[in-house]
Design a protein around this ligand. Structure first.
Ligand code: SF4
Ligand code: NI
Ligand code: CU1
Length: 717
């Protein structure tokens, strides 16, 4: 049997099912009944991206089924057969979406998560561009030998890939002890083959969110997924027609498929291949997509991978914890001269006090201990400005260790070690080796030698905290607070997100961090030192033409250069005039609310209604892909309390509405800035939130009652 026959068989079967499912749903609920996936601004994403059609009701689907059937030509050419594969993807999308027409939470209680909401995709932007998540694996089917499946999944997990599971492999992976969930980067989607649509729409929305691919431009969509979404498919177990047709859809999107069934002459090198050996499957999958994995070879008894970063260790599973709530604690990185540290000290890990397993033990109840993680570094190119950059990485490195959870920083943190890890022998000495290795590995161009000291002796931790750590934290905070855009002579570009959003460029200044919230001016400065030709290039602060809006000829030139001419006029402090571009992974979005003469700011985590009439997702869908959209702008949380926020429009006085959680988060700094700029006390309380009102009348009523200063300002539009 020819491959194309199999594909058409599956595609026709899915088309038939889709048609009758749509008819049945309309008969039951009426053509006007609404249909939508949860928390997305892209309707039924595959249909929307491929055709521009915004499906909102069951009745809209009838035409879609017609289009889908017309894609299945039953012609022998492979290209035609791949179109039938796309039709299968569309059919699967409709069948899955119908589940939401029937129930508000169709996946609740199943062991898959179903649809992946927009905010999750946005949050994946930074790890994907930094290579923290080097690629996306889709695993489909039911393995003949679950051991092979588990081996493959664990390999991907260890390499940091994001893995989606569809079908019987979900239960098999769980039975083999694979830890699953978004936190572990192994995400079960659903049991039906059609659940594969939930990863297809992730790839497709990446094109819409980050790539600014216009809806309806199928060729641009397919080019984007092929070139920029580093995904592939591994199919386990016997192949049926529907699976083959779904595989053809993947191939049409540019994702190669590897099966563990001997398909003989049906193979298409580079697109559809056979491998029965699990490790070969992994190696071949990565190589077909050109996925490069940063290898982490660390001699430690537990797994070490960015995939473990989100792992949560519950109290009951904790062997011991080091916790600031009940003990003195500190995390500190300090610069030393080479002489002070001594070259012979390189590789040295010190423990002052007891270690886990020898003196620090679980005695039946959860015990909490003091801890100082004290790191001294020396290097010819090291600068004190890099101390906090390295220090903040300690949090990530600890979390990379399987069985370790770390939250917080400085003198406020919690470090938990699981019972499983302790039983396998994990202790501070090993964690010290790990930190030492990672620091030299990642900061090797500025750090020549390094010493890691753990202190668990309470009095000695207190001494370090009082004499070394606290004064340094204070000095650094003062330095950060005094660091204004005026106080430096260099800004930095950041083009990391260009792998997703080709014409996007952030301009990072001391008062305005990158919109993802992950790149501060100090980070950019350190990255420039570490990778001179990397994503952060210096911009000399010259050619000021408009102080209020933050317009510089040098900035324009740097951005034009970085975006290959796509963007040539940007302001640093305006929302309305030539605002900075947005890639899509912004922490917050602000948009003007003309009737209140102000702006609203919404964070990614907030999924409710806003006074603009749009959700975060809908607001966000209006900007992204490196495009400037006056009136809307993505930005980091930290920027909100800056004196430069919307400075051209009047500054933070314009903020009239924010979700409550965001208000509480920025309150101390926002109040301080408002006091300094306008002499207003308790400004954050004047800002409305969803617990007060989400409609524009209610917001206006509150602002009037509270005496919000925006109402006295000029119109904003
Ligand atoms: Fe992407 Fe901007 Fe963050 Fe750089 S600073 S990673 S370009 S969002
Ligand atoms: Ni990280
Ligand atoms: Cu981004």
């Amino acid at each position: 049997m020819a491959l194309t026959d199999l594909i058409y068989g599956g595609a026709n079967a899915v088309a038939g099912l889709t048609g009758s499912a749509v008819e049945a749903a309309i008969a039951k609920q009426g053509a006007d009944a609404k249909i939508a996936f949860p928390d997305t601004a892209y309707f039924l994403p595959t249909i929307y991206a491929a055709t521009g059609v915004k499906v909102k009701t069951l009745g809209d689907l009838t035409a879609c089924v017609g289009v889908l059937k017309s894609l299945i030509t039953n012609k022998a050419e492979l290209g035609d057969a791949l179109n039938a594969g796309l039709a299968t993807a569309v059919g699967a999308e409709i069948i899955e979406a119908l589940k939401w027409a029937d129930s508000a939470a169709p996946y609740e209680g199943t062991d898959g998560i179903g649809f992946v909401p927009d905010p999750v995709i946005r949050s994946l932007g930074v790890p994907l561009v930094t290579g923290d998540i080097p690629g996306v694996a889709v695993i489909l089917g039911e393995a003949d030998d679950p051991k092979n499946l588990a081996l493959v999944v664990k390999e991907y997990q260890q390499k940091g890939l994001l893995t989606f599971l569809v079908g019987g492999v979900i239960g098999q992976a769980a039975a083999e002890g694979v830890k699953t969930g978004l936190d572990y980067r192994v995400v079960p989607l659903g049991h039906d083959v059609t659940a594969v649509t939930h990863v297809v729409t992730v790839a497709i929305r990446a094109a819409l969110i980050f790539g600014a691919v216009p809806a309806g431009d199928l060729a641009a969509l397919l080019a984007y997924t092929k070139e920029r979404v580093l995904a592939f498919v591994n199919v386990f177990g016997a192949l049926d027609e529907v699976t083959v047709a779904a595989g053809a859809g993947a191939i049409a999107l540019g994702f190669p498929v590897i099966t563990d069934q001997d398909i003989g002459g049906l193979a298409i090198p580079g697109a559809l291949e056979y491998s029965a050996d699990p490790l070969e499957t992994v190696a071949r999958s990565l190589s077909l997509r050109g996925i490069k994995v940063k290898t982490k070879e660390i001699d430690i008894c537990m797994g070490f991978a960015s995939a473990f970063e989100g792992e949560i260790i519950k109290k009951a599973d904790t062997y011991v914890e080091f916790y600031s709530g009940s003990n003195p604690t500190a995390e500190l990185v300090v610069m030393r001269s080479a002489g002070e540290l001594g070259a012979q000290q390189q590789g040295y890990v010190n423990i002052i006090g007891a270690d886990v397993g020898s003196g620090i033990e679980n005695t039946g109840e959860l015990a909490s201990f003091p801890l100082a993680t004290f790191v001294e570094v020396a290097g010819a190119k090291m600068q004190t400005d890099f101390e906090p950059v390295i220090e903040r990485k300690i949090h990530h490195w600890f979390n990379y260790v399987e069985g370790v959870m770390h939250t917080g920083q400085r003198n406020l943190f919690r470090l938990r070690i699981s019972k499983e890890a302790a039983a396998r022998g994990l202790n501070l000495s090993q964690l010290g080796e790990m930190l030492h290795h990672e620091i030299l590995d990642e900061f090797g161009s500025v750090v020549d030698s390094c010493r890691v000291t753990f202190i668990t002796d309470k009095a000695k931790v207190q001494k370090l905290l009082d004499e070394e750590a606290t004064p340094r934290y204070r000095a650094r905070d003062e330095r950060t607070a005094s660091m204004t855009d005026e106080s430096v002579d260099t800004f930095y570009t950041c083009v990391l997100c260009q792998s997703f959003a080709p014409s996007h460029c952030c301009v990072v200044t001391p008062e305005r961090l990158g919109l993802c919230g992950a790149v501060s001016w100090l980070d950019a400065k350190a990255t420039k030192e570490l990778t001179p030709t990397g994503p952060n290039q210096p911009i000399p602060k010259t050619g000021l033409t408009d102080e209020r809006a933050g317009r510089y000829t040098a900035v324009n030139e740097a951005v034009a250069d970085a975006t290959h001419g796509a963007v040539s006029d940007v302001t640093l402090y305006s929302i309305l005039n030539d605002p900075m571009t947005s890639c899509g992974c912004f922490e917050c979005i602000c948009g003007i609310l003309p009737e209140a003469k102000g702006v609203i700011v919404v964070n990614r985590e907030y999924s409710g209604a806003t006074p603009s009439g749009m959700t975060f997702g809908e607001l966000a869908s209006m900007t992204g892909g490196g495009v400037q959209t006056p009136g809307f702008m993505g930005h980091g949380r930290h920027f909100i309390a800056s004196k430069k926020f919307a400075a051209a429009e009047g500054g933070i006085e314009r903020i009239v509405w924010m979700p409550k959680e965001l208000k509480d988060d920025v309150r101390p700094r926002l109040d301080k800035t408002a006091k300094e700029l306008y002499g207003i006390d308790g400004f954050t309380d004047l800002v409305c939130d969803e617990t007060i009102a989400t409609d524009s009348d209610g917001v206006l009523e509150y602002l009037t009652k509270a005496g919000h200063p925006a109402l006295k300002l000029a119109e904003i539009m």
